[in-house]
Design a protein around this ligand. Structure first.
Ligand code: ADP
Ligand code: ADP
Length: 216
């Protein structure tokens, strides 16, 4: 199964991807996580991406497309779920071209729809583990001990771009550049829209029901 998960920043894409890879045999490819890994390792790509990410702008298409297509091509021969990519129509077009070249196609595009006030609360309350990348929420999905990662006991941090100021810029970017990607896919692909305002487990149930149909 090859899935693209779309949705505003903070919609719950990463959270649902963790559930997906926990149930189905597939690889989770998150463009944001891959970029943060490059930054942590101090690579050239990470340095190039830094100022865009910190100001809530998109990293240029050329950099992202090369980075993601490379990961997709190197992926083991199982399915994948793309999280955070494509984020512009141009990225979606480039992804389509690369898939055609490798004889693959997308099975489903899932769009997580969340109201803006909900998204704002989700993003500003998000906390992540700097070591393993696990994601929590200060109210909705709390760790067992406040401020500490369940898995490795490391102190949780707030992403520098998850502040109220940067979020405004990220949402603007989302409406201008990523919302059109949904329409792009609607023209020729199987697009499923899910009300993701609900709690994470309810969203998971709806999502799994859709994916189970494809697996059968
Ligand atoms: P979110 O959790 O809000 O969806 P991500 O972790 O996916 O955020 O992305 C963080 C930042 O990384 C984005 O604000 C952007 O600067 C950059 N980024 C991630 N994916 C892409 C992409 N496909 N195209 C351009 N920039 C990207
Ligand atoms: P995205 O990858 O789309 O940016 P995340 O999966 O990181 O979003 O979720 C954003 C924040 O909201 C995190 O703190 C996460 O724990 C929380 N969250 C995710 N899904 C839900 C949900 N359905 N209900 C409440 N909180 C959620």
């Amino acid at each position: 199964m090859r899935i693209v998960l779309l949705g505003a920043p903070g919609a719950g894409k990463g959270t649902q991807c963790k559930y997906i890879v926990g149930k189905y045999d597939m690889l989770h490819l998150s463009s944001g996580d891959i970029l943060r890994q490059h930054r942590a390792e101090g690579t050239e790509l990470g340095k190039k991406a830094q100022s865009f990410m910190d100001s809530g702008k998109l990293v240029p298409d050329g950099i992202i497309v090369e980075m993601m297509i490379d990961r997709i091509n190197k992926a083991p021969k199982i399915g994948f779920v793309l999280d955070g990519f494509p984020r512009t129509v141009n990225q979606a077009v480039e992804l389509d071209k690369a898939l055609v070249l490798s004889g693959k196609k997308l099975d489903i595009i899932v769009n997580l729809k969340v109201d803006e006030d909900v998204v704002l609360k989700r993003i500003t309350g998000r906390r992540s583990c700097p070591k393993c990348g696990a994601v929590y929420h200060i109210v909705n999905l709390k760790p067992k001990v406040d401020g500490v990662c369940d898995r490795d006991g490391v102190k949780l941090i707030q992403r520098p771009d998850d502040t109220a100021e940067v979020v405004v810029s990220r949402l603007k970017t989302y409406y201008q550049q990523t919302v059109p990607v949904v329409d792009y896919y609607k023209a020729e692909n199987n697009v499923c829209e899910i009300d993701a305002n609900k709690d994470a487990e309810e969203v998971q149930e709806t999502l799994f029901a859709e994916l189970d149909v494809l697996v059968k």
